[in-house]
Design a protein around this ligand. Structure first.
Ligand code: SAM
Length: 261
């Protein structure tokens, strides 16, 4: 039976803009395309995010769940007062948004914890092996390297780790930590896709298959793809064309994007 993504379509088309978060349209399109392609290919596993904030990305993962799959939201869920304006209220915004969006989550799918204290064994016990994990928690060297090693320990053979802010000029230690972990795990982890805010990584055999599916993926029709190298291996760089970016800013100016849930 074909997978049904009605709630995900609704979220991506009409609701996501109302959830404050730290990535753009191109990342949403890429995560959606990779996640749905996994389902079409029969790739099974759970989905998790370290660093959930108000849930903008996590809700995509939750809505990608298929029968028998679970999601896991890991965060401190504490308002540290540094996130002001639309980003305030980390202690409650995720829970409020989940209710407003009507996304059902089991109690075991939300974990209020410092990610650096989670062992691979505890993670496996809680969620099992993952087909997708987004790493976007603390942005300091120690936390990023700890989170990436944890992600490596629970990544399924066909799974994807999405690393946030690898190219962000505001977060140099994210890049340094990621380069160190990716170098030490060279045999197991290979980047295959770059978007402005994120780096997508998979096991080497799977990375080749993910790269191969990108150009023909109908969900990426509006994106521009370029071939480059990273760690001396081929990688795809994905951006959104100028026309798409302008269309979105026009919709915002005309007040056509949702302002709040
Ligand atoms: C950049 S925000 C995440 C943005 C989110 N992924 C999105 O899609 O909008 C970083 C999050 O990491 C969380 N965080 C920071 N350090 C953490 C830690 N040690 N353990 C768990 N969560 C942590 C913060 O509470 C914050 O919600």
């Amino acid at each position: 039976m074909a997978a049904v993504f009605e709630a995900l379509d609704l979220y991506l088309d009409r609701q996501i803009e109302a959830v404050p978060g730290y990535f753009g349209q191109v990342e949403a399109i890429a995560i959606d395309a990779v996640g749905r392609w996994q389902v079409e290919q029969g790739i099974k596993g759970n989905l998790a995010e370290i660093g959930v904030h108000h849930g903008k990305l996590f809700f995509i993962l939750a809505l990608l769940r298929q029968a028998g799959e679970r999601a896991l939201a890991i965060d401190l869920f504490e308002d540290d007062g540094l996130n002001t304006g639309i980003h305030a209220g980390r202690d409650r915004a995720f829970f409020d948004n989940r209710t407003k969006l009507g996304i059902a989550l089991d109690e075991s799918e939300v974990w209020k914890v410092d990610s650096t204290t989670i062992t691979p064994e505890a993670m496996r016990e809680r969620i099992g092996m993952l087909r997708m994990i987004s790493v976007d928690g603390g942005h300091d060297y120690r936390t990023v390297s700890s989170d990436l090693r944890l992600a490596d320990a629970v990544l399924a053979d066909d799974g994807v780790t999405v690393i946030h802010d690898f190219f962000g000029i505001g977060w140099p230690d994210v890049s340094v930590a990621a380069i160190h972990v990716l170098t030490e795990a060279r045999e197991r982890l290979q980047p295959f896709l770059i978007t402005p805010y994120k780096l997508f990584v998979a096991r080497p055999a799977a990375a080749a298959r993910y790269r191969a599916m990108l150009p023909g993926n109908p969900r990426l029709g509006k994106a521009a793809l370029a071939e480059r190298t990273m760690f001396d291996a081929p990688i795809t760089v994905m951006t959104l064309g100028r026309r798409e970016v302008l269309k979105r800013s026009l919709r915002r100016k005309l007040g056509l994007l949702p302002k709040r849930l």
